[in-house]
Design a protein. Sequence first.
Length: 184
Amino acid sequence: MKYFISFVFLILICAGCSSKEDKIKEIWKDLHFVNPSGEQVKPEFWSQKKSVLYFGFSHCPDMCPLALTNFGRASLILGEKAKNFQFVFISLDPERDSPSTLKNYIQMFPGKQLTAVSPDLETMNHLINLFGLVRKKSNDTEKYMIDHSNFIYVLDKDLSSLGNFPGGTSANVLATKLREMEIP
C-alpha cells in the first residue's frame, strides 16, 4: 500500500509538470515579440533550435550584462555545438528597449549567437505568469530600474523545459550543461 500511494503521488506530480509545459506550448503560439530589426518574430523561430532565455533590460547595471556576457562566452566555448542553440535576451522593459536599442545592446557582448526580442504588454504578462518572473519598476522617474528575476531558462524545440540556472552561472558551467543537453 505504501508503494502504491508513493506511485500515485509521483504520477500526480508528473501530471502537474506536463500540464505546465502543455500550457507554455499552448500560450506561446499567441505571444508577440519584435526582434532588433523591428520585425515580428514568427512562431517558427522558437522551434528551430533549443532556446536559452534570459529576461532582463538594457539599462540593467549588473545582472543582465553578466548573464549576457556568459551567454556569449558559453557560445564560443561550445564552438560548433553552439549552432544547436539560440541565446535569446527577452526584454522586461519594452518601453525603453526599442528594436534599435536592443540591436545596439546585444552587440556589446561576445559571440554571434545572441539575439534580443521585446514583447508587447500582453505577452509580457503571459511570460511573467508562465515562468513565475519577478518584474517591478523601482520608481516612476525616467531613470527607473527594474527589479527582476535572475535565471537562465533552457527550452527544447517543442518549448519543453530542459532546465534553468541562476543568472550568474559561469560561461564554462553553462557551456558544460548545454553540452550535456545535446546528448540524446
